[in-house]
Write a protein that binds this ligand. Structure first.
Ligand SMILES: [Zn+2]
Length: 68
């Protein structure tokens, strides 16, 4: 189970993949409540909500390296 890097909630990776399809970055969400993901710096990050993904997109480093 992946964890949302923004709020630390568990995210169902399978559900997130189903909702977003195969295109990194440009995928469309059918039901964002089921989770979503984003390709960043060579890694897929999983989010429980679009709001969390938006926060991450604005400042990814603060969530990847909170102590930096
Ligand atoms: Zn979250």
């Amino acid at each position: 189970m992946a964890k949302c890097p923004v709020c630390q909630q568990p995210v169902d990776q399978a559900a997130a993949k189903m909702q977003t399809g195969m295109t990194p970055g440009g995928a469309k969400e059918v039901d964002p409540k089921a989770g979503t993901r984003q390709f960043h710096d060579g890694v897929w990050f999983y989010f429980d909500t679009l709001e969390c993904r938006n926060l991450f997109t604005r400042n990814p480093d603060s969530y990847i390296n909170p102590s930096a």
